[in-house]
Design a protein around this ligand. Structure first.
Ligand code: HMG
Length: 464
């Protein structure tokens, strides 16, 4: 049985901090954010928003757009790393909100859990729900998989320039109009690591930034190796001599903690794939230097990062590699459109990969490309750490969905925060009623109880 993504909707908070204002306040060169990281604006949640109401707003959009009733939905999964309860799952809050619109008890039949593995958990949730459909257990119902997060780092930390917030929901069923997942090729890699983690009770993560960048690339490459083996053994793709698996992906969507991480990761994967092929000789001639090797090629990530001479040479080599026409062609045709939304919104943790997927569909379609039958490869990464590589084919009915995509309209009118407004929000100084914008027909948080008996209980309303 086939299964995949039938439709997709997003919800992005209306507030943002502009990269230029951020750089000025922090005494940074604005070019570092805009060109070095690929960050122009970062979405920030209002005082009356949390990841559950971002998720509920996204779910309502996809349901209304497709005239779905709760009876059409068999499962509602939420993947997040911004959970605010150690026991009560975030999908229960979302169901509570949706029932304010669809009627109390209307989702009673619907199963689901909250899943966690940093930014990769949404991909695991997609995979599990795809298999629920493939196994024939869905009985004609669809699944909603929501990825919702607030990427928030400590004030003054280097992670602070890679924040963002938002939710993406994917409607999965057995007759997907957008993307059918390739069967039996989804591949993972996993390793106990401390590149980025958020201990109990801490609102912001502990991050080893450069370590996380390198680990992300290593883990995705391992998952890609496993994917390659499965693709070949399952005969999904017939690889000819001197080809790489990446040649068979028309688009590559990467996890985007900031948009340039996608560029970095693509360059890393392409380099590793091309190195084995005759085309590499010509690339090396263009670059004009040998590919550097670390002093201890079998060393740890720490030893590689500490090898300053290697890191500097490798940086230079990568820069030259990314300037070659061959790499530029891959970048422009397979990745560039997926980065546009990330630049405007920032990191969405679990939702970043899927915002990139959504971005690539909209902006490739706008270029006039016929997307039918194109294979999209996904490189998902979650700190801590695990990666997942999988793929799917764009379906003949895709145009029904993609022709009406309009990122700016779906984000809505935004308010550019002043630095002091940003600080107030970041430091949680405002109560929900002090929200900066007042929205209509959206779920908002109105209260979090503080008394001993009901501490942590949240109340949401649907604004009129
Ligand atoms: P940093 O170390 O301050 O930045 O923080 P940098 O020195 O690496 O500079 C960034 C880029 O800007 C570099 O480009 C510089 O050259 C360039 P590159 O060399 O890499 O191509 N640059 C400039 N360009 C133009 N003009 C200038 C200038 N100055 C520098 N004046 C870092 C960067 C990403 C480490 C930091 O923001 C951070 O720690 N972020 C959070 C962690 C993160 O996003 N890690 C990404 C991989 S791990 C991951 O994706 C998982 C995650 O999403 C969490 C999860 O799974 O849940 C984070």
């Amino acid at each position: 049985m086939t299964a995949g993504i039938d439709d997709i909707a997003i919800y992005i908070p209306r507030l943002y901090i502009d990269a230029a204002d951020f750089a000025e306040a922090r005494g940074l060169d604005p070019v570092k954010l805009q060109k070095g990281l690929g960050v122009s604006q970062m979405a920030i949640v209002d005082a009356n928003q949390d990841p559950a109401c971002l998720a509920a707003n996204a779910c309502l959009r996809v349901m209304e757009k497709n005239n779905l009733s709760p009876d059409d939905i068999g499962r509602l999964y939420i993947s997040t790393e911004s959970a605010f309860d150690e026991s009560k799952a975030m999908n229960s809050y979302v169901i509570g909100m949706l029932e304010q619109v669809y009627g109390q008890g209307s989702f009673e039949h619907c199963g689901g859990v909250e899943t966690k593995f940093a930014c990769v958990s949404g991909s695991y949730a997609l995979y599990d729900n795809t298999n629920w459909i493939r196994a024939g257990e869905a009985e004609g119902k669809s699944a909603l998989v929501v990825v919702s997060d607030i990427a928030k780092y400590d004030m003054g930390s280097s992670g602070e320039m890679t924040q963002g917030a938002g939710a993406v929901v994917m409607l999965l069923n057995d007759e997907p109009r957008l993307l059918e997942f390739d069967p039996k090729v989804t591949s993972t890699s996993i390793k106990d690591e401390y590149d980025f983690y958020r201990p109990f009770g801490k609102e912001t993560p502990i991050v080893h930034g450069q370590y996380s960048n390198l680990l992300y690339m290593i883990q995705v490459r391992k998952a890609l190796e496993a994917y390659k083996k499965k693709v070949i053994s399952s005969n999904l793709i017939k690889m000819k001599e001197n080809e790489t698996i990446l040649d068979h992906m028309d688009y590559i969507n990467m996890h985007l903690p900031y948009s340039n991480m996608g560029k970095k990761a693509l360059a890393y994967l392409v380099r590793h794939e091309w190195r084995q092929l005759p085309r590499w000789k010509n690339i090396l001639e263009q670059i004009g230097m040998e590919e550097p090797i670390p002093k201890d090629p079998r060393g740890t990530i720490e030893s590689v990062l500490a090898d300053e001479e290697f890191m500097a040479k490798d940086h230079e080599f990568t820069k030259l590699f990314t300037k070659t026409q061959e790499y530029q062609d891959v970048f422009e045709s397979k990745l560039s459109s997926s980065l546009i939304a990330s630049t405007m919104i920032g990191n969405l943790y679990t939702a970043s990969l899927y915002l990139g997927f959504r971005s690539s569909l909209e902006f490739e379609y706008q270029k006039g490309v016929d997307l039918e039958g194109k294979r999209i490869g996904f490189g998902s990464y979650g700190s801590g750490s695990s990666a997942m590589v999988f793929s799917g084919l764009v379906q003949p009915e895709y145009e029904e969905i993609v022709k009406s995509m309009n990122l700016e309209a779906e984000i809505g009118q935004r308010k550019r925060l002043t630095w002091s407004e940003y600080e107030e929000l970041h430091e949680n100084k405002l109560t929900p009623e002090q929200s900066k914008v007042h929205t209509k027909k959206e779920f908002v948080l109105v209260d979090v109880k503080t008394d001993v008996e009901s501490r942590g209980e949240r109340r949401y309303v649907f604004t009129s």
